[in-house]
Design a protein around this ligand. Structure first.
Ligand SMILES: [Zn+2]
Length: 381
């Protein structure tokens, strides 16, 4: 999930929102301002309901953000780098670069999110009780009461033992610890995720047919998303297992041919494309720092008569859109980041210095080798 708007940094982590977050914000605000609040506290000015709905919606999004920030902070403390946090249609995602290295870290990183949500729920509940006791307006108490309930609901939903939900990650950590088998634990948690996703889809369809309307469709959407995400996790677990401990610097092409950002596309074709076997070229700026990546796919899209006036920088993936890896990073951790603008390639940076490039061919080769290695292992019957 890509961010559309960057909000800033919290606890050293980039926070952004995808435009789809406005869909949930509007749904929640509308549901509260036009439904729940007028029913519970009738007779107020319409603006009072709208203000209460907007405030509740915003604080709810902030609560989701706090949940995700807690995942990110604990992940960093357990040695897992964090790419950023994005709020979107189904809540929040903390994008971790890789996975926790042991079951305990897995359980801590996953468990802290629901813990924070329950804590927030309790805090909002206490404020509601306090305000009620002080004789505050009913709708103000109502906002805090709703925030208390919704945070607890969020925690309980996330604790369902089905990956990619937090409960699924905790399940994986527990099974991994008990059996010592990371792959088996990941597959079980992911299959539970698929089953739970389908359960939600069916439940939503029944709801929809029974007349719940939008609520039913929402469940179908959430269930469908979970099913897909869990399927991707299972696949990723298999690939991770196949790749084992292979590091990025063991598969990368070292010292790739680099080109200056202001090189015309025609020169790139004449001087490099025809004379080398490479299909992508990292760009460097005047100071020699990496600035992006241009692939043959992108070169081909420039019409012949424009090749002299178009520079490689005009058509390249800028550096912030290219997957970047460290040489000592595990290849399995890099794989999920390879999608996107750079046609499955990643630049390998040691600090700010470009030391290599990983291509889909390198990854495919490594998987083939892993297959051979597996076939050589004695089979237990
Ligand atoms: Zn979570």
């Amino acid at each position: 999930m890509n961010e559309s708007v960057r909000l800033g940094r919290i606890a050293g982590v980039d926070v952004g929102v995808n435009w789809t977050v406005f869909v949930i914000f509007l749904l929640i605000t509308f549901g509260l301002a036009a439904g729940r609040f007028p029913q519970e506290h009738p007779g107020l000015e319409p603006t009072a309901y709208v203000v209460a709905g907007v405030v509740a919606g915003l604080v709810f999004l902030a609560s989701i953000l706090a949940h995700e920030v807690s995942h990110a902070v604990v992940a960093q403390r357990n040695g897992v780098d964090v790419d950023g946090i994005v709020l979107w249609l189904f809540g929040g995602v903390a994008r971790l670069r890789g996975e926790p290295g042991d079951p305990g870290a897995e359980i801590r990183v996953a468990g802290v999110g629901p813990l924070v949500s329950v804590g927030l729920g309790a805090a909002f509940g206490a404020v509601a009780v306090l305000l009620g006791g002080l004789g505050a307006p009913g709708i103000t108490v109502g906002v805090f009461a709703w925030l208390a309930v919704i945070n607890v609901v969020l925690a309980v939903f996330n604790l369902v033992p089905a990956a990619p939900l937090d409960g699924g990650r905790i399940l994986r950590g527990v099974l991994w610890k008990r059996r010592g088998d990371r792959l088996g634990a990941s597959v079980t948690a992911a299959r539970a995720g698929r089953a739970f996703g389908w359960f939600l889809v069916v439940l939503g369809l029944i709801d929809f047919v029974a007349g719940a309307g939008g609520g039913g469709l929402w469940l179908v959407l959430v269930g469908w998303f979970l099913t897909n995400a869990a399927g991707a996790e299972e696949h990723h677990a298999q690939v991770r297992h196949a790749l084992g401990d292979v590091r990025v610097d063991q598969v990368m092409t070292a010292q790739p041919v680099v080109v200056p950002s202001d090189l015309p596309v025609s020169r790139l074709i004449d001087d490099h494309v025809f004379s080398s076997r490479y299909s992508s070229f990292p760009l460097v700026d005047r100071t020699g720092r990496p600035a992006g990546l241009v692939t043959l796919n992108r070169v081909k899209q420039v019409p012949a008569d424009r090749r002299g006036t178009t520079t490689v920088a005009d058509i390249a993936c800028p550096l912030d859109a290219v997957a970047v890896a460290r040489p000592d990073e595990s290849l399995a951790d890099l794989l999920p980041r390879l999608a996107g603008c750079s046609d499955g390639r990643a630049l390998v940076l040691d600090g700010e210095r470009l030391v290599g490039i990983v291509s889909p061919t390198d990854v495919a080769h490594q998987l083939e080798v892993a297959d051979l290695r597996d076939a050589r292992r004695p089979q237990h019957v």
